[in-house]
Design a binder for this molecule. Structure first.
Ligand code: GDP
Length: 297
């Protein structure tokens, strides 16, 4: 992820650091190139514009052109701004899964990687945090999706709610709650139905499930390859159901990274995890410092 952005910025900063002394104009030219590189990475226009403006202000404020290593200073400012745009202003917060059983509601469009991510996260919680996890699929339209979650559960050693034909999503969520409490589970993960597009029926169903399940976390799973579309989907889901965080999938693909860079600034919601492959271990926590470091090489 971020390879092409990293390459572009690397070129800009190499020229800048090699140059030695810098004028205000040199910095302004470099920042124009940074802006173009961000836009090419599919970062949304206002986010790219603000980003460059803040870097420019800091560079002027710190008098970088008068410093001994002006190029390095600009790189440092860009690095810090990248961390800010990826993390937002608040402190990084952990998943709220205390007070068992805590419900995590997984939402998103069909094909985004929701079911895979549900299982990946369940595996992580059970193996790394020793949580007892119960997964349930609420996808009443697609029996194959329910079976998929069951197969993944068996594969990773995490329990799934037995499938009962003919139940509605809300009925399944109710049964998961009961089973979660009676069975002494720490976490209940509800994998809601995905649709090809955001529509009223999907949103009504998710809202009804949310009202019943009272989730501690509502995580939106969204395809990181879709760039600004991913951000739009997140804003829409947040407006309709309220999300607490985002999981960006397919970040192992040749995506340009724009979704990751715009998400926090546009939606105000944190990216909690990134999916980096199809395997059950290919889920990483989202760490702005590491990512900024990776982008700047
Ligand atoms: P859902 O319809 O949203 O539940 O999507 P699925 O979980 O069934 O995933 C759709 C496809 O995307 C499957 O083939 C997954 O293996 C694949 N997938 C999910 N997450 C990732 C990821 O992070 N990287 C890659 N390369 N593939 C993924």
């Amino acid at each position: 992820m971020f390879e092409s952005l990293s390459e572009r910025l690397g070129g800009v900063f190499e020229r800048l650091t090699k140059q030695g002394a810098l004028t205000e104009d040199d910095v302004a030219t470099a920042l124009r190139e940074v802006r173009v590189a961000l836009l090419e990475a599919d970062v949304s226009l206002p986010v790219a514009r603000d980003f460059v403006k803040r870097v420019q202000e800091k560079a002027t404020g710190q008098g970088v052109t008068k410093s001994v290593t002006p190029g390095q200073q600009v790189v440092k400012i860009v690095h810090d701004e990248l961390v800010t745009v990826l993390r937002g202003e608040g402190p990084a917060d952990a998943l709220k899964i205390d007070n068992p059983p805590a419900t995590i509601l997984m939402v998103g469009l069909q094909g985004s990687g929701k079911t895979t991510t549900t299982a990946k996260l369940a595996k992580r919680l059970s193996e790394k945090q020793g949580k007892r996890v119960l997964m349930a699929s609420l996808d009443t339209n697609r029996p194959a999706a329910m079976e998929q979650l069951q197969i993944l559960g068996a594969q990773i050693g995490v329990d799934t709610l037995p499938i009962v034909k003919g139940e509605t999503a809300v009925q399944i969520a109710k049964r998961a709650k009961t089973q979660g409490s009676m069975g002494g589970y720490d976490v209940i993960m509800l994998d809601t139905a995905g649709r090809l597009h955001i529509d009223e029926v999907l949103m009504d169903e998710v809202q009804a499930v949310r009202d019943l399940a009272q989730p501690r976390e509502t995580l939106l799973v969204v395809d990181g390859l879709t760039g600004q579309d991913a951000v739009n989907v997140a804003a829409e889901f947040d407006g309709k159901v309220g999300i607490s965080g985002v999981v960006l999938t397919r970040m192992d693909g040749d995506g340009r990274g724009g979704a990751a860079l715009s998400m926090r600034a546009v939606t105000g919601k944190p990216i909690r995890f990134v999916g980096l492959g199809e395997k059950m271990d290919a889920l990483e926590t989202f760490e702005p410092d590491r990512i900024a470091g990776r982008i700047l090489g």
